[in-house]
Design a protein around this ligand. Structure first.
Ligand code: ADP
Ligand code: ASP
Ligand code: MG
Length: 411
């Protein structure tokens, strides 16, 4: 007898009929002899609607109250899921994040899980034969404020529970058949992968592949949780997310991703002296802004430097506020913002041992007539920042260039 965690995303729970369908899956797993824990997201677009409602009230909602509000979406889903299972004649109990003791830090809107204190309580219910349904995306901090884990965070709740309970597998039920070589909504030729390594999935998720919450993969890797991503609308086998092993193919490029909604901040004429970068980025971090792709250019013989970095478009206002402070302290330093950018990336562990990948990517973008604004690389990733208008075209171009549409990537 095994223990399975099953997570159902919003599109898999968009209406009453879909609750019955999802309930059927959980019951089937139970009848096959497993203990079953179910993690659910808010129904359909419910979270977006709640965000929208908040902004109808005020354009500066308190972060605490925002989490209080958004967590209600998942609370609706747990109760409905329990009712659907009861309706089919089986035992089930619904529990909120707080009720399973899912403790987080106090960063509203992007809280990190610290521990799950009520593990034994969950096990007791499972041992009594109940299916346990837990609200995804939410927890409580040490002062019992409700926190949320960031958009898409129910995946992370599922993995955390799977790790804590020592589950045999964490199944993620969603609206696609599994992980694809790129977002199938943008790249119609994308292929479903049979497996993908944690490190590759982690990079793809951080670089825009919204199919998985990136922190869920970080946790799965750290705790060795086997994950299987599959469709809640079909019986097809999905994609395994697994530890790297020499039995499995180390392809050069496993997948490609596109991150939209980026902006580039350029600080022109920053003083060229020790401590400036540290001062600027300490203050940027204090404003809670996450930065990537930093470039510093010092012109020959000049006493100033140009520093540029990429941020989420949503953070541009915070950066502008910061610039007003800098302008007082570092007169002469100007700020320019380009906020219509996207980043296209290719990811694969085989890059560690192969050369020529960057050249192939640049050539593909050149052929597609896409201008590269900035390039960054790491051990298993190459990324190019491009104009947002070219984003979809760029993703399709690199996907074709690396033959992801027909190579047996992960197959
Ligand atoms: P859920 O509501 O089930 O959590 P999400 O909307 O968060 O579902 O994630 C599923 C979506 O992720 C898919 O509909 C797909 O468009 C998108 N997606 C982006 N990149 C990928 C990829 N590489 N493979 C599969 N789906 C992807
Ligand atoms: N309901 C939350 C969201 O829409 C969490 C999730 O779906 O994973 O972001
Ligand atoms: Mg999701």
């Amino acid at each position: 007898m095994g223990l399975i965690v099953q997570k159902f995303g919003g599109t898999s729970l968009a209406n009453a009929e879909l609750f019955h369908r999802a309930a059927g899956r959980c019951i089937r797993a139970k009848l096959e002899g497993n203990k079953v824990v179910v993690v659910v997201s808010a129904m359909g677009q419910h979270t977006d609607e709640l965000v929208d409602l908040a902004y109808q009230i005020t354009d500066r909602p308190s972060r605490r109250e925002m989490d209080q509000l958004l967590s209600t979406g998942e609370q609706v889903s747990i109760a409905l899921m329990a009712m659907a299972i009861h309706h089919a004649g089986h035992d089930a109990i619904s529990l909120t994040g707080g009720q399973v003791g899912l403790r987080t830090d106090k960063s509203f809107g992007r809280a990190r899980i610290r521990e799950i204190t009520e593990r034994n309580r969950i096990l007791e219910h499972l041992n009594k034969g109940s299916i346990v349904i837990v609200a995804g995306f939410q927890g409580v901090d040490e002062a019992l404020n409700i926190t949320t884990l960031g958009r898409g965070g129910s995946d992370t709740t599922a993995v955390a529970l799977a790790a804590s309970l020592g589950a045999d597998v964490c199944e993620i039920y969603t609206d696609v058949d599994g992980i694809y070589s790129a977002d199938p909504r943008i790249v119609p030729d994308a292929r479903q992968l049979q497996y993908i390594f944690y490190d590759e999935m982690l990079e793809l998720a951080s670089l825009g592949a919204q199919v998985m919450h990136s922190r869920s993969i970080e946790l799965a890797k750290n705790y060795g949780v086997t994950m299987h991503v599959r469709s809640s609308f079909s019986e097809r086998k999905g994609t395994d997310i697994v530890r790297e092993s020499s039995d499995l193919q180390q392809v050069i490029v496993r997948g490609a991703a596109l991150k939209k909604g980026l902006a580039r901040v350029e600080l022109v004429g920053a003083p060229n002296r020790p401590g400036i970068a540290s001062e600027i980025f300490r203050r940027v971090a204090e404003h809670g802004v996450i930065v990537d792709d930093i470039i510093q250019v010092i012109h020959k013989g000049a006493s100033t430097a140009d520093i540029s970095f990429t941020v989420d478009k949503a953070d541009v206002e915070s950066i502008r506020a910061l610039h007003a402070e800098f302008a007082r302290e570092m007169p002469g330093m100007n700020m320019e913002v380009r906020d219509n950018l996207a980043k296209v990336s290719v990811v694969g562990v085989g890059m560690r041992t192969h050369t020529g990948v960057a050249g192939r990517m640049f050539e593909a973008l050149h052929r597609a007539n896409v201008n590269i604004e900035n390039i960054s690389t790491s051990e298993i990733v190459i990324s190019c920042v491009v104009s947002a208008d070219d984003g979809d075209k760029a993703l399709r171009a690199v996907h074709t260039a690396f033959e992801l549409d027909h190579s047996p990537a992960g197959a």
